[in-house]
Design a protein around this ligand. Structure first.
Ligand code: SAH
Ligand code: SF4
Ligand code: F3S
Length: 469
C-alpha cells in the first residue's frame, strides 16, 4: 500500500485563493450565475456546499436550472459504473446547450476526475469542459476559474496533492437546521471492490478543536441536527496520535447543546464497545447506526477484504441490541461479487432475515479499474445478478414492514424538514431513528423537533399525527 503524507493547506494559500475570488468579481465578461449538479454520497453533497460557498465569494449567485446558468459545475461520483456514466452523459448533454450559449462555462470536479487517466480523457474527449479539478484541490476553484475566464483557456488541475486537509473554506449550507460536519477525509481500508481510497486519498482527521468550533457556531445559529461525516468514523484520530477517539469526540460534540447528533459511516471491524456504550448513555446521539455488512458469506467477506466475519458482525449486532434496543440498524449490501455462489448469496439472505435491518442500500457489484476485485475470476452473469438483487430487495421490504409495524402507536420525536408540494397541510420529517414521517402540521413547525404519534406505515415512510395539535 502506498503511503501518502497529509498535506495541510496553509492559511497563506487559502488567503491567495480568497484574493483570486475577490479579483474575479472585477473581470470583464465573468460568469454571474452558477448551478452545481451533485452526484454520489453525503461527502459530495457537503463538498458542493463548499463549492457554492466559494462561488458566492466570487460574486456569483445560484441559477435555478443548468440551462440558465453561466457556469455549470458537475460534482461527480465514480463508485459504480452507472454513477460515472450518468455524470459523463450529463456533461455531454450540456455540450448542446453550450452551442446555443457559447459564453457558458462548464466545470467537472469530484471523485471521477481523480480516477487515473480521467484528466487526460477530459482534455482529449471533452474539449467543451473549461475547468476540471479533483477532490484534493477543491480549494483552488477561485484560481482555476479566474484563469479560465481571464485567459479564455481551459484549466485542468488534478492534484498529486490528493491527501489534503483543508480548513477555512466558506460553506453555503443547504439547510438552516440540519448540517453536515466532516470529521475526517479519505479511507485506508481498501475493500477490494472499492475505488474510494484511490479517489479520496488516505485517512486524515480534522483536529477536534476545529470540529468543535464549527459545531459550536452551528449550535449558536440554531441548527437542530448535525451529521458527522467520514468514510469510517471509527478510525477518527488514528492518524493523529495523542488526540481523542471518536466516542470521546462524540461526547464533546454532544455537550455543545446541539439537540441531535448522528454520523456516517462506521466500519463493522472497528465498531468499539466504547461506541456501543455511547448509544446507551448519550441521549443526544440519534437512535440510528448505519453498519454496512456487504455480504453474509465469510468467503465473500474475505475476498472483499472486509476483515470481519459473519459471526463477528452478528455478535456486534447482538451487543448493540442489548445495550440500546431502540437503535435502528441499516446497511449496504453488494450482490454478485466475483465468485459469489448460490450458497454465498443465500447466506446474505439469511443474515438479512436474522438482523432485520430498518432498511438497506442494495447494489450489484460493479468492477472499478485499479481495484483488486476487478481482476478476480468468477464474474456473475448479469441476469443472475438481477435475479439476486430483486430477491434481496423483496426480502428487505418485508423486513422494513416488520420494523415499521413495531413503531405504530409509538410517539416519536420528529425533526420537521419540509412541506409537501402537493398539499400544504402535509409536512415531513425524520425520527431520531432516521425514518421519514408524514403528518399534518403547520409551517412554523419547520426546523423544530415535535412529538408525532405513528399511525400507519407505507412502503418506505410512516404516517403520523402530531401530538398536542
Ligand atoms: N465508506 C462507506 C461506504 C462508501 S461507498 C463504508 O465503508 O461503509 C457506499 C457503498 O457503495 C458501499 O458500502 C458498498 O456497498 C457500495 N459499493 C462500493 N463500491 C462498489 C462497487 N464497486 N460495486 C458495487 N457497490 C459498491
Ligand atoms: Fe470503500 Fe471500504 Fe473505504 Fe468504505 S471502508 S470507503 S467500502 S474502501
Ligand atoms: Fe462518495 Fe461517490 Fe466519491 S460515493 S466518496 S462521491 S465515489
Amino acid at each position: 500500500m502506498e503511503r501518502e503524507q497529509t498535506i495541510r493547506i496553509s492559511p497563506e494559500e487559502m488567503e491567495a485563493q480568497r484574493r483570486f475570488a475577490r479579483e474575479f468579481a472585477h473581470l470583464p465578461d465573468r460568469p454571474r450565475t452558477y448551478h452545481i449538479v451533485t452526484y454520489g454520497c453525503q461527502m459530495n453533497v457537503h463538498d458542493s456546499e463548499k463549492l457554492a460557498g466559494m462561488l458566492e465569494e466570487m460574486g456569483m449567485t445560484p441559477a435555478p436550472t443548468r440551462e440558465e446558468a453561466d457556469f455549470v459545475l458537475h460534482n461527480t461520483c465514480c463508485i459504480r459504473d452507472n454513477a460515472e456514466r450518468k455524470a459523463l452523459g450529463n456533461v455531454t448533454w450540456l455540450k448542446e446547450i453550450k452551442k446555443q450559449r457559447p459564453g457558458m462555462l462548464i466545470g467537472v470536479c469530484g471523485c471521477m476526475v481523480q480516477e487515473p487517466g480521467m484528466a487526460e480523457k477530459i482534455l482529449r474527449q471533452y474539449p467543451f469542459v473549461d475547468v476540471a479539478f479533483g477532490t484534493g484541490n477543491i480549494y483552488r476553484l477561485p484560481e482555476l476559474l479566474y484563469r479560465a475566464v481571464d485567459t479564455r483557456r481551459r484549466t485542468v488541475a488534478v492534484p498529486q496533492e490528493q491527501s489534503t486537509l483543508i480548513e477555512g473554506l466558506p460553506i453555503r449550507r443547504e439547510s438552516p437546521f440540519q448540517s453536515y460536519v466532516t470529521i475526517m477525509y479519505g479511507c485506508n481500508n481498501f475493500c477490494s471492490y472499492c475505488i474510494v481510497p484511490y479517489v479520496r486519498g488516505r485517512e486524515r482527521s480534522r483536529s477536534a478543536d476545529d470540529i468543535l468550533r464549527e459545531v459550536e457556531g452551528l449550535q449558536k445559529q440554531g441548527v437542530q441536527e448535525i451529521m458527522l461525516l467520514g468514510q469510517n468514523v471509527n478510525s477518527y484520530g488514528n492518524d493523529t496520535p495523542g488526540g481523542i477517539t471518536f466516542p470521546q469526540l462524540l461526547r464533546r460534540i454532544s455537550q455543545t447543546g446541539i439537540p441531535r447528533v448522528r454520523f456516517m459511516t462506521s466500519h463493522p471491524k472497528d465498531l468499539s464497545d466504547e461506541l456501543i456504550a455511547e448509544f446507551a448513555e448519550n441521549p443526544v446521539l440519534c437512535r440510528h447506526l448505519h453498519l454496512p455488512v456487504q455480504s453474509g458469506s465469510n468467503a465473500i467477506l474475505q475476498a472483499m477484504n472486509r476483515r470481519y466475519t459473519r459471526e463477528s458482525y452478528l455478535e456486534k449486532v447482538e451487543k448493540i441490541r442489548k445495550a440500546a434496543p431502540d437503535v435502528g440498524l441499516t446497511t449496504d449490501l453488494i450482490v454478485a461479487f466475483p465468485g459469489e455462489t448460490d450458497q454465498d448469496f443465500e447466506d446474505t439472505m439469511d443474515l438479512v432475515r436474522q438482523v432485520c435491518f430498518d432498511s438497506a442500500f442494495t447494489f450489484i457489484y460493479s468492477p472499478r479499474v485499479g481495484t483488486r476485485a476487478a481482476g478476480m475470476p468468477g464474474r456473475i452473469d448479469p441476469a443472475l445478478a438481477t435475479e439476486r438483487i430483486e430477491r434481496l430487495i423483496a426480502l428487505q421490504e418485508e423486513m422494513t414492514q416488520k420494523r415499521f409495524a413495531e413503531m405504530i402507536e409509538k410517539t416519536e420525536s420528529v425533526l420537521v424538514t419540509g412541506q409537501s408540494r402537493r398539499n400544504e397541510k402535509q409536512f415531513t420529517g425524520k425520527t431520531s431513528r432516521n425514518i421519514s414521517v408524514n403528518f399534518e402540521g403547520s409551517s412554523e413547525m419547520i426546523g423544530k423537533i415535535v412529538p408525532v404519534r405513528i399511525t400507519a406505515a407505507s412502503k418506505t415512510t410512516l404516517r403520523g399525527q402530531m401530538q398536542g395539535a
